[in-house]
Design a protein around this ligand. Sequence first.
Ligand code: NCD
Ligand code: ZN
Length: 348
Amino acid sequence: MDRSPTQITLRRPDDWHLHLRDGAMLAAVLPHSAHFARAIVMPNLVPPVVTAAQAAAYRDRILAALPAGQSFTPLMTLYLTEETDPDDVVQAHTDGIATAVKLYPAGATTNSASGVRDFDKVRIVLERMADIGMPLCVHGEVTDPDIDIFDREAVFIDRVLKPIRKWVPDLRIVMEHVTTQDAVDYVRDTHKNLAATITTHHLIINRNHILAGGIRPHYYCLPVAKRETHRIALVQAAVSGDKRFFLGTDSAPHTDANKLLPCGCAGCFSAPNTLSCLAEVFEAAGKLKELEAFVSLNGPRFYGLEPNEDKITLTKGDAVSYPGHIDTDVGPVTVFDPGFALHWRVDA
Ligand code: NCD
Ligand code: ZN
């Protein structure tokens, strides 16, 4: 007899790494994160969200774009630059304007030109953050052109993350969108002040999906998906229940026009079908019961917040339909295609 459940109820989830953009794109994508109660909102706008005042203004624009009836709390991040003022960061955290600071190594990804080159220049900011318990979210890739793109995360651990953790051991760090066995092992071996987010798409695709049998720009994101052994390590970490791993979708919308260029943008837009995708992944691993820890419990625990009180229910049935793309005033945005049918529907 098949005993696999056809319905599961979870605390309402949160997304611990989300790109909402601004203006017309913000208005179009925000409703697609409606199942999430809160999200850590990335600050890589153009220009980036660097100061407390900019974060407060961006938060207001997000709240103004919320459709009637959607309850959603944006948790703002400040984009760390070599000029970041430590007092402003501390004030932003104390005033409840910013939840975390985001470190992009300069040039690592979309809109990261203002990121950090010389880590000595941000040391005081990091020390002040450690003092007040404000987490640092890191895009964990080196940008040295001599380092192969598939090795950039593993090299970042040795060259950047380990030194930062040595200088400022009390700093709470989230290694974001991990893509390698190396990162999973490093987080597992670290018992204090370190956690990792994992995206939906990195649990589903490996580099063959991007490159074998034709190039598929909609699967291109950063960090780039690695070989299958790494994807399997990510799935094992996600379904393990280990409190150090939690969901950050890294849903990163770009118009199709910007994805399909000779030099196209990095990012997968997975907000519309993320929870259905995740239920399939956890079910296939025989670990549906761990889904709640990954999407609803481990994240708030690391951030020192309560899990959400309200609940959502996922029901398994006929294939769920979702749009292949969404329309925005700046052009269509393709929705992440997991490559298999989705059967788990999120009940409103
Ligand atoms: C993100 C974006 O488009 O802003 N792209 C991506 O591929 N993940 C930036 C990022 O998080 O690296
Ligand atoms: Zn991102």
